[in-house]
Design a protein around this ligand. Structure first.
Ligand code: CA2
Length: 145
């Protein structure tokens, strides 16, 4: 059974409340439910964690070193700014998928730079909330190879 963790960064706790044009109608709770259902059907031991605090995300990444097989991260706005998250991810030896709900490359220029892409095994972005299930499926297949 593969152990996968999905990390969500700042403001993603507000999904479904505002900016529905950009991020859709789904709340983070809806997304967690979809992911848990997928995990149960596909023999994945799933953990999900959201924080608005950079240091809490860094600590979760560090602790994933010893107890997870794969890590999926939507670092929100920290994607574009956080050297600390980049450094923590770089230490991991497990596969990493960078995930975004929106297509960061057809938005404002400041979103075009990601500090995570270079160290991620793969990137899923622009598929809305479906990206969460897609990234779980991609990680599960990747881990089985
Ligand atoms: O598209 C994504 O998944 C992002 O990671 C979302 C981040 C954004 O800073 C990245 O550039 C792309 C922002 C998440 C903010 O979510 C909100 C949800 C509802 C209301 C306001 C913000």
């Amino acid at each position: 059974m593969n152990k996968i963790i999905i990390l969500n960064g700042p403001n993603l706790n507000l999904l479904g409340e505002r900016e529905k044009n950009q991020y859709g109608n789904f709340t983070l709770k809806d997304i967690e439910k979809i992911c848990n259902e997928y995990a149960n059907k596909n023999d994945i031991k799933l953990s999900m964690f959201q924080s608005n605090i950079e240091g809490e995300l860094v600590e979760k990444i560090q602790s994933s070193r010893n107890n997870q097989d794969g890590l999926i991260i939507n670092a929100g706005g920290y994607t574009h700014t956080s050297v600390a998250i980049h450094d923590a991810l770089k230490i991991l030896k497990i596969p990493i998928i960078e995930l975004h709900i929106s297509n960061i490359y057809n938005r404002e220029e400041f979103r075009h730079k990601s500090l995570i892409s270079k160290i991620a095994n793969g990137i899923i972005c622009g598929f809305g909330a479906d990206g969460y299930e897609m990234s779980l499926s991609a990680m599960n297949k990747f881990l089985k190879k």
